[in-house]
Design a protein around this ligand. Structure first.
Ligand SMILES: Nc1ncnc2c1ncn2[C@@H]1O[C@H](COP(=O)(O)OP(=O)(O)O)[C@@H](O)[C@H]1O
Length: 363
């Protein structure tokens, strides 16, 4: 196995006939400098047709749902931490959705060749940046929902809200700062038409890419732990509450369960497969692997990445099922006045009221 620097210096030097000795584990020992990965084509009908079609579906539906969500959210005042977090996610989702057309054009080979460079340099980096923003806010939402479960009558204090807005800004800034070098350091010129993003990186750029990927793994697994832990505690509280009231309404109980676990389900479906696939894939970008293994890892990464992109489509479901202010405002926007009429007071009062008892879907 070769390190980042070794792979890079191997790729940068003059191409000479290479001697490759296969070792167990499908990884090559390179005993001569070469551009092995250049000869390993990823081109296939799946990457040229299937994924562009799947991303087109995501783009059309995602743009519609997220634009609607933005429209609805920006009529709701940011009066709770929960709403501030959801607004951050919706902005991240809109930006992520806007990166899809570039990927579609690049992968389908319908776009000009400089688009490939643009995708590696800008749009893919923006995609990952927004993905981790969503992941971090999912973690914060889980903590907030747990706090709301144990202290239902707690209202967000203005000072708290300022703190939460500052925290949100800081998260965007920090994530942008670690992503920016991935744009700047993707600047090597490439003669071959079939280059990979890693081929455009400077030596330090490839190291930075590797470091950011492992940092993002920590961010993901940390947030997954937070989300899982908080929702286990929430479920426990809900169970205690139902046991106390001895609710006999089975249907209501089922709805509550499904809604409570929506965040967890979305998180698992969208992000867990990608983060399992990402580690060996990043290794294949910085270490010389056998071509068949590198290609398999690439396809696995692309498949699981599509699941992560699906998140931008599933998030609006979370807003709808977990945020009553969103529902009320959506029905009002769509002129469904009967549905938008809150059962208790105004939309705002209803939101606050909904947060005050455990059996509500707002948890
Ligand atoms: N977690 C991340 N955060 C920010 N940028 C990233 C992240 N992961 C990858 N990138 C950047 O996105 C671009 C595409 O990366 P990647 O998907 O690994 O390449 P490829 O499309 O060749 O498989 C690269 O410039 C890379 O550095």
């Amino acid at each position: 196995m070769l390190s980042t620097a070794t792979k890079h210096s191997a790729e940068e030097s003059e191409v000479e006939p290479m001697e490759v000795t296969e070792s167990p584990g499908d990884i090559y020992n390179i005993s001569n400098s070469t551009q092995l990965s250049i000869n390993c084509s990823r081109d296939s009908a799946v990457s040229r047709v299937v994924f562009p079609v799947l991303y087109t579906v995501l783009f059309i539906l995602g743009l519609f749902l997220n634009s609607l969500a933005v429209w609805v959210f920006f009529q709701i005042p940011s009066k709770s931490n929960f709403i501030v977090y959801l607004k951050n996610i919706v902005v991240a989702d809109v930006i992520m959705t806007l990166t899809f057309p570039f990927k579609i054009l690049r992968d389908s080979k319908l776009g000009p060749s400089y688009l490939k460079v643009f995708v590696c340099q800008v749009s893919s980096v923006v995609f990952y940046f927004t993905m981790y923003i969503s992941i971090i806010f999912f973690g914060l939402i889980s903590i907030d929902r747990y706090q709301k479960t144990i202290n239902p009558f707690d209202r967000a204090k203005p000072l708290n809200l300022v703190g939460v807005k500052l925290l949100s800004g800081a998260i965007w800034l920090v994530m942008f700062s670690i992503s920016l070098p991935n744009m700047i350091l993707t600047k090597k010129r490439h003669e071959s038409r079939s280059f990979k993003c890693a081929d455009l990186k400077t030596e330090f750029g490839l190291t930075w890419h590797e470091v950011v990927n492992y940092t993002c793994q920590i961010i993901f697994w940390g947030n997954l732990t937070i989300v899982t832990f908080c929702y286990i505690l929430i479920a426990k509280e809900l169970y205690k509450s139902y046991a106390r009231t001895r609710s006999s309404n089975q249907k209501g109980r089922m709805t509550m369960k499904v809604n409570v676990f929506l965040v967890l389900v979305v998180f698992f479906i969208c992000f867990v497969p990608f983060h399992f696939a990402r580690v060996p894939y990043t290794m294949s970008q910085t270490t010389l692997f056998r071509c068949s293994l590198e290609t398999a890892l690439f396809h696995l990464k692309e498949t699981t990445l599509w699941l992560s992109s699906l998140n931008s489509l599933l998030d609006p479901l979370i807003y709808f099922f977990l945020c009553s202010s969103f529902r009320a405002s959506l029905f009002k926007t769509l002129n469904l006045s009967t549905l938008s009429r809150p059962s208790v007071g105004t939309a705002e009062q209803r939101h606050d009221t909904e947060n005050t008892h455990l059996g509500d879907s707002n948890v």
